[in-house]
Design a protein around this ligand. Structure first.
Ligand code: BGC
Length: 716
């Protein structure tokens, strides 16, 4: 399709239509699509509706085909509709929530889950997914941390890349692929006080060093679309923020693809009180080069007049529509408007045996063993077990943003344990504790299946209390009164404050692992699979510590436990460290790290050196260990974090085997980004750290020098 020629044939109304995205129910009365936003009447005429260029969600292949057919019948130029939807962690085969996925520290899990999501969603006629969410977050109060990949920019970027690759592969028009729209540009994961949609107030330094990398990685990997975020940035809503949308996105990151607002985002500029009305919002949107307006009608109702009165230049509209049409062309829609929607493929591929098997395998990698006193786990063969608490009988393990997933496909933890032959002698999924506790007496282990209500996680689900409700903790207390061992399995979508479940002998962080959650967890509990996940967000001891994250700066008065000095940076009423740090997670194996070696003490420009360490599995259980590399720039022009993740490896170590792990360190790993977004290199001393988590590392020093004659240690 020659987009330029097509553009010339289009009248203004048709062009403006391309810039509107609305939900299917505007076109057809009934639809299976779940909308994640406040629905109100946009006041569009039937003609305007049928000029819209894209659709937010679609129920299935049949619905897509019917809608596309109806639309094209009435359309003068036969420009197909484009179907986009939130396929965040699976279509009908549901994978672990993204936060859990990142705890696998294996980007293959992201790639394969995105692949399968793309295969399933494309059979239903979806051509673009609003994923990955590349918003870095240090805010467990914010319900959307479940949708992200943790607190670290490096790890986040790796996962985001794998997701984009999994959805798109190398060709968005090919069967089984869909295009990715990275979101929410930018800074949405840093709302003040963890309150969703709240103001974001960050320095340019934080923006460039910490928050931008995730979106940049997605764009670099070829993500075709970018969604603007709801928040303000420097006081200007991101949707119309020209620094973000033009200076950074278009100019610094060279993004030439299509931008879209978030749901009703352009209209919300009025609520932010940065525009008086929809007319002003439309002007600001066009000026920020926002191509598609989702679920509001500022463009549709105003652009024509704004062009007539020369307030908006039609060339800007042509540029936006040109981008949209080129994208439709790249998706192959002009040749085949239905994309890969296919009822037979839907039946054959969605929730296929292979897809579900992969979902289970991935889920097994994502749970994190937080505690395992006296090796109470794995369960021994002859243990008599009780399974209690709200998740004992619940199948609700998909996690939100899985609108096509059905919990009826899942099984509960008690069912899964029974299926694996565990001697489950008592099950109680009801809230009130039993009055008759006699049956609990013959039990060896009480598995408390506790957690957050799924509806307390996700968009608009901010909370201030991160502790489990008391009625849930009562189960642990009761078990302890009866002198039973307690294994707590936690289902949640954010780091929680876990002090009140400290009495548990073992804690398995289960997150929401999707369709195969409880089968996967059972394999871990019985030791068929050895847990290997590690945390990608710090777990605080108290809500008052938030935001708490491992890669913080030092202060001028750092706390030193060995020196008595009250004028240091500490809390009077709480330790300053997290309860469980970033990178932490246990295994049934016992790994010992020793003998860290650097290939050289000095590194010069354009060189690289190797850091290695040996790890021995001092147990009779084979297991995967996630080995982490951190670096600290000791002294630099601007304060640098205490440590930053620069590499990781997940390796299988057989019983009593010793393996050497090597990391290649290059000059790029020693660089930092300044407040203008420029990469800077400074000579001097660096601390190289390798360990099992961010709080347990071995250290070596290296010098970065300009050349081996001169010691430029302290010059820049
Ligand atoms: C969310 C987006 C989502 C959009 C469309 C919004 O409320 O913030 O992440 O893609 O709805 O469903």
């Amino acid at each position: 399709m020659d987009v330029k020629k097509l553009l010339k044939k289009m009248n203004l109304e048709e062009k403006i239509g391309q810039m509107l995205q609305i939900a299917p129910h505007n076109f057809i009365s009934k639809s299976d699509t779940k909308i994640h936003g406040f629905e109100y009447d946009l006041g569009l005429t039937n003609k305007q509706v049928f000029s819209a260029g894209s659709v937010l969600g679609i129920g299935n292949a049949k619905e897509q085909q019917e809608l596309q057919r109806k639309y094209l019948n009435d359309s003068r130029l036969k420009i197909p509709l484009l179907f986009m939807a939130d396929i965040v962690h699976g279509y009908e085969t549901i994978f672990p929530i993204p936060l859990a996925l990142s705890c696998s520290w294996n980007t293959d899990t992201a790639f394969h889950s995105a692949r399968i999501s793309a295969v399933e969603a494309s059979t239903a006629g979806i051509q673009v997914t609003f994923s990955p969410m590349a918003d870095l977050s240090r805010e467990p109060r914010w319900g959307r941390v479940m949708e992200g990949y943790g607190e670290d920019p490096y790890l986040l970027s790796m996962f985001v890349r794998a997701m984009v690759k999994g959805y798109q592969q190398d060709d968005i028009s090919a069967k089984g692929n869909i295009a990715s729209c990275v979101k929410h540009f930018a800074g949405y994961g840093a709302p003040i006080a963890g309150l969703d949609y709240n103001t974001v107030d960050m320095s340019r330094l934080s923006f460039y060093q910490t928050y931008l990398g995730g979106y940049e990685a997605a764009i670099d990997e070829g993500s075709k679309m970018v969604m603007a975020s709801f928040n303000t940035f420097d006081g200007i809503p991101a949707t119309v923020n020209q620094f973000l949308m033009i200076d950074v996105l278009r100019n610094q990151l060279n993004f030439n693809g299509v931008t879209i607002t978030d749901y009703d985002g352009l209209n919300q500029v009025i609520a932010h009180r940065v525009a008086h009305d929809q007319r002003e919002a439309a002007i600001q949107g066009v000026e920020a080069k926002i191509d598609i307006e989702m679920a509001s009608s500022c463009y549709m109702k105003n652009i024509e007049k704004l062009i007539e009165t020369s307030i908006i230049n039609e060339n800007d509209i042509n540029a936006a529509v040109g981008r949209i049409l080129s994208f439709k062309n790249e998706l192959g829609l002009f040749d085949n408007p239905y994309g890969h929607a296919n009822i037979d493929d839907e039946k054959r591929l969605i929730k296929s045996k292979e897809h579900l098997a992969k979902a289970k395998e991935i889920a097994q990698e994502c749970a994190v063993l937080l505690k395992n006193e006296s090796n109470i786990l794995p369960l021994s063969n002859n243990s008599k077990v009780a399974v209690v608490g709200p998740y004992a009988t619940s199948k609700s393990t998909n996690g939100v943003w899985s609108w096509k997933g059905s919990i009826n496909d899942n099984i509960s933890l008690s069912e899964a344990l029974i299926n694996q032959g565990v001697d489950v002698v008592y099950i109680n999924g009801e809230n009130p504790l039993p009055t008759d506790i006699d049956m609990l007496r013959e039990i060896d282990i009480v598995i408390c299946a506790l957690g957050e209500d799924i509806e307390k996680t996700g968009e608009a689900k901010s909370i201030v209390n991160l502790e489990l409700p008391l009625f849930q903790v009562e189960w642990i207390k009761l078990a302890k009164i009866l002198k039973k061992k307690v294994v707590t399995v936690l289902y949640n979508g954010r780091p929680l404050v876990l002090n009140n479940i400290d009495q548990s002998d073992a804690i398995l962080e289960a997150w929401y692992l999707g369709s195969k959650s409880n089968e996967a967890l059972t394999d871990l509990l019985i030791g068929k699979i050895n847990p290997s996940g590690k945390l990608t967000m710090s777990f605080p001891r108290h809500e008052g510590q938030i935001p708490i994250y491992y890669n913080h700066l030092t202060t001028g008065r750092p706390f030193n436990k060995d020196v008595h000095n009250i004028y240091t940076s500490f809390y009077l009423d709480c330790e300053r460290t997290p309860k469980y740090p970033f990178g932490y997670g246990l295994s049934y194996s016992k790994f010992e790290y020793e003998n860290m070696i650097m290939s050289d003490k000095e590194i010069y420009l354009d060189e690289s050196i190797t850091a290695s360490i040996t790890i021995t599995n001092k147990s009779n259980v084979a297991g995967y260990e996630i080995v982490q590399l951190y670096i600290q720039d000791e002294v630099s022009k601007i304060a640098r974090p205490e440590k930053e993740l620069k590499g990781f490896k997940k390796i299988l170590i057989q019983p009593y085997e010793t393996k050497t792990v090597k990391f290649n360190i290059c000059i790029k790993d020693l660089s930092y980004i300044n407040s203008l977004g420029e990469t800077k290199y400074e000579y001097g001393r660096f601390i190289i750290m390798i360990g099992s988590n961010s709080n347990n590392v071995q250290k070596k020093y290296i010098f970065f020098k300009e050349n081996n004659n001169e010691d430029k240690k302290y010059t820049w």
